[in-house]
Design a protein around this ligand. Sequence first.
Ligand code: FDA
Length: 393
Amino acid sequence: MTSHFSTIIIGAGAAGMMCAAHAGGDTLVIDHARAPGEKIRISGGGRCNFTNIHAGPDNFISGNPHFAKSALKRYTQWDFIGLVASHGIAWHEKTLGQLFCDDSSKQIVSLLITEMERAGARLALRTAVDSIEKTESGFRLTLSGDRQGEVTCRNLVIATGGLSIPKMGATRFGYDVARQFGIAVTPTRAGLVPFTFDETAMQDFKPMAGVACDARVTTDRTAFEEAMLFTHRGLSGPAVLQASSYWRDGETIRVTLMPGTDFLGKLRAIRMSNGRRDIAAVIADILPRRLGQYMAGLAGVSGNIADYSDRKLQAIADLLSAWTLKPAGTEGYRTAEVTVGGVSTEALSSQTMMARDVPGLYFIGEVVDVTGWLGGYNFQWAWSSGWAAGTAI
Ligand code: FDA
């Protein structure tokens, strides 16, 4: 027997559950996972960086930078903070406007389940969608798994997220549905992801694994100033993750170590006060030690600092404030926090998230070509876009 629903949402993640909480009517939420909101659960080191007090359209990457404006403006970070507070969940600001649960990210999952239940939505876990067909009045889906058989609906919401962390069940499903209905998908790539380097550079970097340093990381498109971290696999840390979302294969990045530091001034002062000091040791003192030793080697300097002219010291200062590196690639979807690109915003209404040419078909959350910065922005997009579709249905 075929059951009918007013709305079926595929994907019980952040966006799908938020949409279900607002869709009203008879809503079924389908997910192939064993539990809803798994990415929320592991996010923010288990404390979920659920929004950012500075969230605005400028913190997102999209083929159309204006697309996210409407949803972000109508369901803001303050709306979600209000919802969190109404559930008695304590939170704190960590840094740069990033809000985290004091206790556990599971509280955000519980909040969403409670809100979905309040709205009367039902949840079908461990259920796969084998096919989708357009009917005269909506859509017909064939399901397998815990919930089997045919279901029909007037509204179909795709909230299956991006490709990051395939081990957690990320799939191309949303992009395939878009293509099935003639909707363009902009090329996807891993975002908020560490950089990797060729073998020679990796051998050089290995001794620095674990070293962190404030840095400005500049790509051809933008620059981020935050911490940078050397790992056994390459370069990570917030400044690097942020830059990675803007970086394209084959490009170089420019790293300014300890931004705001007057390296030339420091080197000259030490030359004046202690000219017999070894220049490599001086650099190792100015920077985190192992990084300083590496940079001195890269600069090819040794011997008394007194032997270094202003011009030579300037060259060292230039290297430290504009170190050019060429990543071989990124760690890819295996460790990426997000997918950049996705269902083209051209095809969607920015007010409702509905496909312009396929009435009743909606795309929300990370599957859409809207990608937030690191720091709670991606969840805010999930809440805002989920709310926009849910309230429009
Ligand atoms: P989401 O991925 O949450 O949900 C998609 C759902 O669809 C999943 O439940 C999945 O099982 C289901 N699904 C997929 N394919 C399916 C199929 N074929 N059939 C049925 N179901 C299917 N962001 C942030 O703002 N703050 C943070 O602290 C973090 N931290 C973080 C840590 C880590 C390790 C990662 C990987 C990511 C983050 N993020 C983040 C990003 C954030 O998790 C992400 O942007 C949102 O979860 C996206 O919400 P969606 O609902 O769109 O997808």
